[in-house]
Ligand binder design. Structure first.
Ligand SMILES: [Zn+2]
Ligand SMILES: [Zn+2]
Length: 939
């Protein structure tokens, strides 16, 4: 009650003082934005792009949809998820005005719901155009912009209530049904944009009093009421609902709507309490939905801020920004668990712009500055960004959402392990699943999700066998919440153990994962609850080409249901011995480099990393062309380059592997204004490698950009241009390598040698009589690229799958892997001998020797660690530490956790220097030990 009263007070005072927009940007904000655009070039280009978009309306829109005049579509839009080929499950391509084409076989779809999906795009673009014209009106005060926004608003006010209600299945009577779209979720997304457009032109005379009433009473209010009818409680939908209800409420100064959006039974504050778990992860456990829900939460917080209500102070909101940073893979993407693709943190830089501006935490700025700053930065962001490098991340356990992120300090080996709550309607039946990453790429893979209308969404994506876990009796798991048994997280040794809860009534599953920089050990236990034998299928999916020395034969024993029907090319062997398989991730042909542009849409071309040829190193760029459908030219371009000198290059050198085709070749350099400098090589009349050198770009032909003939540094892109010449082959392949630029005084700088790290993974499972090993292919995140799997099948009451997963580059190094009778793991490689033990709770012991000498110790939840002969380290109380010996045992670096007080004794006859958590300490010698006094000051 008090809060509603406060809003009244603020508005009463504000109403007199303030006219003009107030929803997301106020007149003061616009003054700030204009000043910023004067000062900073990135802000200027965002600002100019908005005015250009407004000026362009509706020209490009009409071309895109094959229309001659802008009007509202004849009916509401349909669910975008419908826009897939029924046979291949892939997205359709729109050929205006009304054809919907499968990219795989050219099959043309028409009518419902495809036409309506396109109407939906038109509705959404028209709302965006109303908003952009409103922004352009505020920027320029040119009345035609306000009039364009008003025209769109009025056109929708005219038709809104006449559009029939329907849901994604075209039913009029369900709670999700909407008018302009097919669900209240999408109606909310659309309504926020329309409400803002209305707010932005509130200080123009483009709408008279009667027209304003028309927009408010026939569009904004009925749309808000429609959304309010569908209370979705804990959900990403409700976050959008709240923001839309709030958008109308703040725009129209309707206290009841604002109160519902913020403090209502499903309002913003309820979402913060119920939908955000204690560790900051959105309850659906799908990162796509985490960010999808975060977006409207931020929008509502910005709207509220302009009415002096501080929603940014909610700790749960801040935690939603922190959790993904702790969770992310080394490349900044997030695991595609549940109904989510591999979303990248950096694609949500627009939300982190707001987080950094509001919280001023430099950690949030580490997500920023990788791409050009955009609208959110201009409107709500900090004027300047700090040069912040992300700190190295340790391992984390997310107890509330049930995830463990294991990392190694020494390299980018990473595992995300999932055991938590199911995640509602978007959950997958994949308890104890994990994905992994090493040397720049994903290894263990989750299929993520296809369109919800794709048949494989329910027959594969959600199924247990599609994940890296264990299937009992060939049946998919039940909805369940697993239990964390324990964990130990040290810089280079980490361990976690969890069970699958009630995923299977008939069996208990418990998995332990242990990660080091060099390997991952997986101990997967399955135990019948009914004392009877069951079938246990341990399954693992990994990118690459799979092979095994096992004598494999055709295998046809899989059932035709529960996802197994999608396992193809199955070959199997029965073994009672330890066995191995290898995934070679270097041959994968689909690793795209840079980008391709064709002068005519029928030309096909690709630019990929390749190991087929190389003029130096192992890889080159493979340029594939196909002129069979159309002739013209192709540009094969590097990604946008950075870090090149701010001066014009003197020379360009490129290695080209010719195919003797006679097609014409040219090289292009783009300067910082996008001016193209083109050097003509001539026909490709050679085969094999040839070096092409071209000097003085300013003497080449030039066009576009600022077209002043002056090379404005730095070089932005290097492109290879291939033009069709009559008589040449229609299809072919060139390779490019060693692209380099020469600068006066600096010499040659390599732009790219196309080199990539080599990546393989060896899987090594210990012996168990009667194990059937099956290799084959399953589906992956891209339905057109199968992903190999390996499965170990056993029939028993109780079993344990003990597996080592070793990523390797040049040659695998591990030559012994055993589980000793005392449950210690022994792992021996060309470089080290490790002994590793974890009790499944919090106690861990790790000893690494190199040529017999101690190299690394790790201890968790214990007071001392011994080998066969002596105590190696002793603490005053149980704690966790990792000791790294260096300089032939003369120096030891200790990472210590916890707050033990007293003396630490560390074995080391040659030890002369000890540092703990980075600070050097005096130590006292006691025979073969070094003794240091621990004090709180060292933490
Ligand atoms: Zn198709
Ligand atoms: Zn999944």
């Amino acid at each position: 009650m008090q809060r509603a009263w406060m809003i009244t007070l603020v508005w009463a005072a504000g109403a007199l003082a303030q006219s003009g927009p107030r929803l997301l940007l106020t007149p003061e904000d616009f003054a700030r934005v204009k000043a910023l655009a004067q000062q900073q070039s990135w802000a200027r280009s965002v600002y100019d792009a908005i005015v250009l978009a407004a000026e362009d309306w509706p020209k490009t829109h009409l071309q895109r949809y094959g229309l001659s005049v802008w009007e509202v579509p004849p009916e509401g839009g349909q669910w975008s998820q419908h826009y897939i080929c029924k046979v291949h499950g892939v997205s359709l391509q729109f050929h205006p005005p009304d054809k919907h084409v499968c990219p795989v076989d050219g099959q043309v779809y028409s009518g419902w719901p495809y036409d309506q999906v396109i109407y939906g795009r038109r509705h959404s673009e028209s709302a965006a155009a109303a908003r952009d014209n409103g922004l352009a009106w505020q920027f320029t005060r040119r009345p035609e912009f306000a009039r364009a926004a008003a025209r769109i608003l009025l056109a929708y006010a005219d038709v809104y209530l006449s559009y029939p209600l329907k849901d994604v299945n075209n039913r009029p009577d369900t709670s999700g049904a909407a008018r302009v779209t097919a669900q209240t979720l999408d109606e909310a997304v659309w309504l926020i944009t329309m409400a803002w457009a209305y707010d932005l032109i509130s200080d123009s005379d483009a709408l008279n009093q009667a027209e304003r009433r028309h927009v408010e009473q026939d569009l904004l209010r009925p749309a808000a009421s429609l959304i309010m009818r569908n209370n979705r409680g804990m959900s990403n939908w409700q976050s959008w609902h709240n923001a839309a209800i709030g958008a109308v409420g703040f725009t129209l100064r309707d206290q009841a709507l604002v109160a519902a959006a913020i403090d209502g039974p499903s309002g913003f504050r309820y979402q913060m309490r119920a939908s955000v778990q204690a560790d900051g992860v959105w309850y659906e456990g799908a990162w796509g939905y985490h960010f999808y829900a975060l977006d409207p939460l931020c929008q509502l917080a910005e709207m509220a801020a302009r009415a002096q209500i501080d929603l940014w102070a909610e700790p749960s909101l801040r935690s939603m920004f922190e959790a993904p940073l702790k969770f992310a893979l080394p490349d900044g993407t997030l695991p595609n668990f549940n109904d989510s693709g591999n979303v990248s943190l950096y694609n949500y830089d627009r939300l982190y712009e707001l987080a950094y501006a509001r919280y001023a935490d430099p950690l949030f700025a580490t997500v920023l500055g990788r791409r050009a700053r955009g609208r959110e930065a201009l409107f709500w962001g900090a004027p300047e960004l700090p040069a912040a490098q992300p700190p190295p991340l340790p391992s984390f356990v997310f107890e509330a959402s049930g995830n463990a992120i294991l990392r190694a300090r020494a390299n980018d080996h990473y595992v995300a392990f999932k055991f938590g709550p199911h995640g509602g309607g978007h959950g997958h039946y994949d308890k104890l699943n994990f994905i992994s990453f090493w040397n720049g790429g994903i290894m263990a893979v989750d299929p993520g999700t296809q369109s919800y209308a794709a048949p494989t969404h329910s027959t594969w994506d959600k199924m247990t066998v599609a994940h890296n876990t264990l299937v009992v009796d060939e049946r998919t798991q039940s909805e369940a919440t697993g239990n964390l048994h324990g964990f130990a997280l040290l810089p280079d040794v980490s361990a976690v153990r969890a069970d699958a809860g009630q995923a299977y009534r008939q069996a208990e599953l418990v998995r332990t994962l242990l990660l080091t920089p060099e390997y991952l050990v997986d101990l997967f236990e399955a135990r019948a609850r009914d004392g009877r034998p069951h079938r246990y299928d341990w399954v693992y999916h990994n990118y690459g080409a799979l092979s095994s020395p096992l004598p494999l034969e055709l295998y046809t024993a899989f059932p035709k249901s529960e996802g197994y029907q999608h396992l193809s090319n199955a070959r199997a062997a029965v073994t009672g011995h330890a066995w191995q398989a290898n995934f070679d991730m270097n041959q994968t042909a689909s690793t795209v480099y840079g980008s391709v542009w064709t002068s005519v849409s029928g030309i096909r071309a690709s630019y990929e990393y390749s190991r087929e040829q190389a003029s130096a190193g192992r890889f080159s760029g493979k340029l594939s062309y196909d002129f069979s459908a159309a002739s013209g030219y192709i540009l094969f371009s590097t990604p946008a380059l950075s870090g090149l000198p701010r001066e014009a290059p003197a020379q360009l050198s490129v290695m080209i592997y010719g195919d003797g085709s006679g097609h014409r070749l040219a090289l292009r350099l783009y300067d910082s204004t996008d001016e193209r400098f083109v050097y003509t090589v001539g026909p490709v009349n050679w085969t094999g490698w040839r070096q092409i050198t071209a000097s003085e770009p300013q003497s080449w032909s030039h066009y576009l950009g600022n077209n002043d003939g002056v090379f404005d540094p730095p070089v932005k892109t290097v492109s290879v241009e291939l033009s069709y010449t009559a008589g040449g082959p229609l299809r072919g392949t060139l390779y490019v390598d060693e692209i380099a630029l020469e600068y006066a005084g600096k010499g040659w700088l390599q732009v790219t040698g196309f080199e990539r790290p080599l990546r393989n993974l060896r899987l090594w499972m210990l012996a168990e009589p009667g194990t059937t090993v099956v290799l084959g292919e399953g589906l992956g995140p891209n339905l057109l690229v199968p992903v190999p799997f390996v499965m170990a099948r056993r029939q028993s009451v109780e079993t344990r799958f003990v597996t080592l997963l070793e990523p390797w580059a040049e040659t695998p190094a591990i030559n012994a892997f055993e589980l000793l009778p005392d449950e210690r793991l022994r792992i021996v490689s060309d470089q080290f001998e490790d002994k590793l033990w974890f009790d499944g709770h919090s106690r861990l012991e790790f000893v690494r020797r190199v040529e017999g000498a101690l190299r690394r110790l790790a201890l968790a939840g214990q007071q001392q660690l011994s080998d066969e002969e002596r105590v190696l380290v002793e603490l005053p109380q149980p704690a966790s530490l990792q000791v790294d010996y260096a300089e032939d045992g003369q120096r030891a670096e200790i990472a210590l956790e916890g707050e033990p007080e007293g003396e630490l004794r560390l074995w080391g006859p040659r030890l002369r220097q000890i540092s703990i958590n980075g600070s050097a300490l005096e130590c006292r010698r006691e025979e073969d030990y070094c003794v240091v006094k621990l004090s709180p000051a060292m933490r």
